[in-house]
Design a protein around this ligand. Structure first.
Ligand code: ADP
Ligand code: MG
Length: 399
């Protein structure tokens, strides 16, 4: 993992931790919290800090308010849920994330107490990474802790700017993410099998390029597989296709061959004649017999079996992107099959990506994997090999 200092490198006695968390939780229509996974994910860091006698100030973004306060994007319900999870009352800085009122509250905090600031995106300066705003945030703590891996790919005031004005360290969740993704990618137990799916080659191009330089096997599924199939001269009918990337796909196949990477694309697929009409006929076919009026919606059983065999002999598996349109039950078998294969393997198994993580949860296997990333976009950029601004801003020298 990138060398960063963590909460364990700080002597917390009497200090206030200003902690960036990702409390951007999904909500129900009635304004209640639909899923509190992201809140639970930071409990270890909070327990650690409170156990060390720190005062804790939490900050997060929530939704996409348009440059000012909007009641539906208030973090008030999150403060309530966090209180319930901690079994201890969490203070909430209603109305204000920076300035005199929160500063006064921070001043009155006692060791172990927790204050949640209102949504930092109520200030447009958050996303413009305004230095004055970052300095105002920095006034609310002695040490900056970044535990929001899911927001680390954004250089905003609360993820990057604030680190210029305070010593900055990783929280335990951030550390776990960097360590799991970093080990899988850069220090894998071999064979290293990477599985890449999802809708498009274009959104995963950097991922594919980086993985071809690192993996022993690369298994391709999802809509992007169509572009590879077409690049090999196969009929893909009305399937999702990026015709402008055929040359790119050929280049990737060629690079994989040169580097001795086993690049697998589907040999059979599940097809239908309408993306939206659930009553349209569905059939499984070899990739050589897709008809002009058909769309490829999932990898077929032979492909799944081949992918399972790769997974079974892997030392490390890194998975990003579903194998098919798994949101529709008729086309979920490939994705769920891969999820179960990961759960059954002895390899180090790491999953990143919004929809992939959703699939792993739907398959009910999340707790049987080594690591399921909490960061969609952030894990994607990490797998691309990019340096995340929120990580680059952390201290690397802990002496
Ligand atoms: P992740 O969020 O895990 O990185 P992506 O966002 O890249 O994954 O892609 C997820 C989407 O890809 C899913 O919503 C799925 O329906 C879609 N998809 C997968 N296979 C196909 C396909 N054959 N045709 C069209 N869309 C597909
Ligand atoms: Mg996605």
């Amino acid at each position: 993992m990138p060398r960063v200092c963590t909460v364990r490198d700080v002597d917390w006695g009497g200090k206030t931790a200003l902690v960036r968390v990702d409390f951007n939780v999904p909500m129900e229509a009635d304004g209640s919290i639909a899923d509190d996974t992201r809140i639970r994910a930071v409990l270890p860091t909070l327990a650690y800090l409170r156990g060390q006698g720190a005062k804790v100030v939490l900050m997060s973004h929530f939704g996409r308010p348009r440059g000012g306060p909007e009641p539906k994007y208030s973090l008030a319900p999150v403060a309530e849920r966090l209180s319930a999870l901690l079994g201890d009352s969490v203070q909430f800085s209603a109305g204000e994330s920076v300035g005199e009122a929160p500063e006064r509250r921070v001043h009155l905090l006692e060791a172990g107490q927790v204050l949640l600031l209102e949504n930092v995106r109520f200030h447009p300066e958050e996303e413009t990474n305004d230095s004055t705003f970052a300095q105002k945030l920095a006034k609310l703590g002695d040490v900056f802790v970044n535990d929001a891996f899911g927001a680390a790919h954004r250089a905003h005031a609360s993820t990057e700017g604030v680190a210029k004005y305070l010593p900055a360290v990783a929280g335990l969740l951030m550390e776990k993410e960097l360590s799991a993704l970093g080990t899988a990618l850069n220090n894998p137990k071999r064979p290293f099998v990477a599985i890449v799916g999802g809708a498009k080659v274009s959104s995963k191009l950097a991922v594919l390029e980086n993985l071809i330089g690192k993996a022993d096997s690369l298994l391709i599924g999802g809509g992007m597989a169509n572009t590879f199939l077409k690049a090999q001269g196969r009929e893909v009918g009305k399937s999702l296709l990026e015709a402008d990337l055929l040359e790119t796909a050929r280049g990737l196949l060629e690079r994989a061959r040169e580097r001795g990477v086993r690049l697998l694309i589907p040999t059979d697929v599940v097809v239908t004649t309408s993306f939206d009409d659930a009553s349209a006929p569905v059939r499984t076919t070899g990739v050589d017999a897709v008809r002009a009026d058909e769309l490829i919606m999932d990898i077929g059983p032979d492909s799944l079996q081949a992918y399972e065999a790769e997974i079974a002999r892997a030392g490390t598996v890194l998975w990003n992107g579903p194998m098919g349109v798994f949101e529709k039950p008729a086309f979920a078998a490939g994705t769920l099959g891969v999820a179960h294969a990961l759960a059954g393997s002895h390899a180090i198994t790491v999953v990143g990506g919004g929809e992939s993580v959703q699939a792993v949860e739907e398959a009910g296997v999340a707790d049987r994997l080594t690591h399921v990333s909490t960061g969609g976009g952030a894990s994607l950029e990490f797998i691309e090999g990019k340096t995340l601004p929120g990580v680059a801003a952390l201290k690397a020298d802990c002496a």
